[in-house]
Design a protein. Structure first.
Length: 407
């Protein structure tokens, strides 16, 4: 039986955001929702308009929190912070499953999902719609998984009928791994429907890379029966890189008990043992924990449905703006991401030169294409803290640059 932390002893006021910041060498508490600065750090203020799909730009007050004095990660302040963060993360993920904070990149969380649930030789189905889905497959293979790949054209989501057909043709599948939101192509897989098909056709674990979707797109972990979700701080969570987060179901714990895969740093049992005493098993990235604590509380205070609606609104604003310039989106519009938009460059435009000129002349930084899409697309990140003015400035820079390159 996995021990659960008891959050019921906290009052609503105690669950308000509490972070420690340095002021005259003494600590003080901030007891309010995340007070994002509303000044816009765009190029006119000599700050780059960073529009890559993570790490996301951070407002000044978040940077201040990240620069707070360190605390004892074995002390009561950290334990209280971890309690609040865990409760709020469960709210965002709509889950009663266990949740853990790991000092690593998002790839570390993906590796934790694999190493804790499979053994060498286990049959794994990997659903791939882009570069990060391929990475998930490579991680499973690195730990000895017998991986079957089912790949889809770039810009397309997974076809449910093909997934169903593949599962029907396999026996003994232990896990299905896939990326929810493929930031390399700007495509969001139909997560709820995929989970339904997997449950109908197998008893496999569902391991989801939600690095670029969680916090900006709904993920109903319990309702959809997801066993492990992996995400990371530098995306929709308005925080610096450094902390990954995972959810872990009862079924995942059962798989962990059977797993013979060697593991140490990512062994989820270590995180469970230490969370019981309000500590991390290893030294955490405290600056990111400080900002995540406040970000999570802010999301709960705003209402997670409002957070998701805000991401959808800014995504649609971005897509509409691109179309108004006569540009085509890479993804099928039905599955266009609400955290990053991938836009096709006009025929004959040098993609690398385009990115360089936008940066040099307008101080706007876009994401480029990856692998076979290098030079063919550019990507606009719109997750976390982003306003329409950020997007409008970025699209104007793209418009002017394309005019100069095609005239």
């Amino acid at each position: 039986m996995i021990a659960q932390r008891d959050y019921s002893r906290f009052t609503n006021s105690e669950l308000e955001s509490v972070v420690v910041v340095r002021e005259n060498d003494h600590y003080r508490k901030i007891l309010s929702p995340f007070p994002y600065e509303r000044s816009i750090p765009v190029s006119s203020q000599n700050q780059p308009n960073l529009r890559i799909p993570g790490p996301v730009p951070l407002p000044d007050d978040v940077l201040e929190i990240a620069g707070s004095q360190m605390i004892n990660h074995r002390g009561p302040k950290y334990a209280d912070m971890l309690d609040r963060m865990s409760a709020n993360l469960k709210t965002v993920f709509m889950t009663k499953n266990d949740v853990y904070f790991i000092t690593s990149s998002g790839t570390g969380a993906m590796e934790a999902a694999v190493v804790n649930t499979i053994s060498p030789g286990d049959k794994i189905l990997s659903i791939i719609i882009g570069a990060f889905g391929e990475r998930f497959a490579e991680i499973a293979e690195a730990y000895g998984g017998d991986v079957t790949r089912i790949s889809f054209d770039l810009g397309q989501a997974a076809d449910l009928d093909k997934v169903r057909e593949t599962l029907k043709g396999m026996s003994g599948v232990k896990a299905v791994v896939f990326t929810h939101n493929e930031s390399s192509t700007g495509v969001s897989n139909p997560l709820e429907d995929l989970c339904r098909v997997i449950h109908e056709e197998s008893d496999a674990l569902i391991l989801v890379d939600a690095v670029s979707s969680a916090g900006g797109v709904p993920i109903a972990v319990d309702a959809w029966g997801i066993d492990v979700v992996a995400t990371a701080s530098q995306k929709s969570w308005v925080s610096p890189p450094g902390i990954s987060m995972v959810t872990f179901s009862k079924k995942a714990w059962e798989a962990h008990a059977r797993s013979i895969t060697p593991k140490y740093y990512f062994d989820i049992q270590q995180y469970e043992d230490y969370v019981k005493i309000g500590q991390p098993p290893f030294t955490p990235c405290l600056p990111t924990m400080f900002t995540l604590e406040v970000a999570l509380q802010s999301m709960v205070d705003e209402g997670i449905e409002n957070v998701f609606a805000r991401h959808h609104e800014i995504a649609q604003h971005t897509r509409d703006g691109a179309k108004a310039l006569g540009l085509d989106l890479l993804p099928d519009p039905r599955f266009a991401s609400n955290t990053v938009t991938a836009i096709r460059l006009p025929e004959g435009v040098d993609g690398k030169a385009f990115l360089a000129q936008v940066n040099k002349n307008y101080n706007v930084i876009f994401g480029g294409g990856q692998k076979s899409l290098v030079g063919k697309i550019f990507r606009i990140g719109h997750m976390g803290w982003v306003e329409k003015a950020h997007i409008d400035e970025a699209l104007k820079a793209a418009e002017e640059t394309l005019k100069s390159m095609t005239s």
